[in-house]
Write a protein that binds this ligand. Structure first.
Ligand code: UDP
Length: 338
């Protein structure tokens, strides 16, 4: 198959590109390198089945030509990372809404199967934990920048489902919960690479708020396997799927596990949200997916435990390339905390 991956030089996209190449696909990546990096795909650069275009998905002629040439599209290109979103809301909304509009319109012209990456952020302030795909989405006020990301992704979902219903486009929506693994950088706010880098550097671990908020961290390889199953399955178009781990951990527990696994002597410091992000920032107290639908339809079973995930991230961060990205992220988190 010929596979197009938008955002293919990003953290998840590059792992997906690796998996597609490994199974014999021809892979076309488009990425504007805003948060992605060519380093993420350098292992594929000389592969005869790998092609990379550095451009925005909003460049319609370029995107249309790529879509026409491919059998399936994974649309992962988006503005991501809570810190980036809070600091650049215009970019977030324009990239996420316009980018998906262009991808869906191009896919529709030749009825190409397309998977749209959405996010667990769309559940917003919902307290119906664990979150089910058919549950309510509860948005905060429009004056809080964070919710622009959730709303932009919710619009993407509405549009993809509308294309499916009205025009028969085989579009699949996946709500990704916190996904972690090698190549993820902390620069845009992600907690695991940030805390691991701090622990390895012997610096204080910056836990935001009271640290009792919980998340479930899924391993990127498990997530990539689910994405491939979702796009291959005949019954998934027109549906929404949660994908992520169900192993719930508080951020303080996460920090403690990172300290134990790295053997670091660092301490944990608590940073108010107003200092970490912006005044009035709202966090979700719990974020846990109900993944029973994905289990039933595609046999999704996350295989990697949190400790194994953390070991993989620690190993990556301790290696030359990961350490370089990690130190930059860690110093940024420190300057936010000071
Ligand atoms: N967080 C933290 N310290 C950091 C970065 C993030 O305590 O250096 C917290 C953040 O406030 C949130 C959780 O860790 O409660 C997960 O943050 P992340 O940005 O990784 O993902 P989110 O679930 O917020 O999208």
């Amino acid at each position: 198959m010929k596979v197009l991956i938008t955002g293919g030089a990003g953290f998840i996209g590059s792992h997906l590109a690796d998996a597609c190449i490994a199974r014999g696909d021809e892979v076309f990546v488009i990425d504007d390198l805003s948060t992605g990096s060519l380093k993420n795909v350098e292992q594929l650069a000389d592969h005869p089945h790998f092609h990379c275009t550095i451009d925005s998905v909003r460049n319609e002629p370029v995107l249309e030509a790529l879509v026409d040439n491919c059998d399936v599209i994974f649309h992962l290109a988006a503005a991501v990372g809570v810190k980036l979103i809070v600091e650049s809301p215009v970019r977030t909304i324009e990239t996420n809404v316009r980018g998906t509009e262009v991808v869906l319109a191009a896919a529709e012209r030749k009825r190409k199967r397309v998977l749209i990456a959405s996010t667990s952020e769309v559940y917003g302030l919902s307290e119906q934990v664990p979150f089910r795909e058919d549950g309510n989405l509860v948005m905060g006020a429009t004056t809080k920048g964070r919710w622009s990301y959730a709303c932009s992704k919710a619009i993407d979902e509405f549009l993809a489902l509308a294309y499916h219903r009205e025009k028969g486009l085989p579009a699949i929506i996946v709500r990704l919960f916190n996904t972690v693994g090698p190549r993820q950088i902390g620069r845009y706010g992600m907690v695991v690479p940030t805390l691991v880098s701090q622990a390895l550097a012997g610096e204080p671990l910056t836990v935001y708020g009271n640290g009792r908020q919980t998340r479930c961290f899924g391993y990127v390889a498990d997530v990539v396997e689910a994405l491939l199953r979702l796009i291959d399955h005949p019954d998934t178009p027109g549906q929404v799927f949660n994908i992520g781990s169900t192993e719930e951990v508080s951020i303080t527990q996460l920090a403690e596990r990172i300290l134990a696994l790295t053997g670091s002597g660092s301490r944990i410091i608590y940073v108010p949200y107003s200092e970490a992000y912006e005044e009035g920032f709202e966090d979700m107290p719990r974020r846990v997916p109900d993944t029973s639908k994905a289990a039933r339809v595609i046999g999704f079973r996350p295989r990697t435990s949190l400790d194994d995930i953390l070991r993989a991230v620690i190993e990556f961060r301790s290696s030359g390339e990961g350490a370089e990205a990690g130190l930059a992220a860690s110093s940024q988190a420190r300057s936010r905390a000071s």
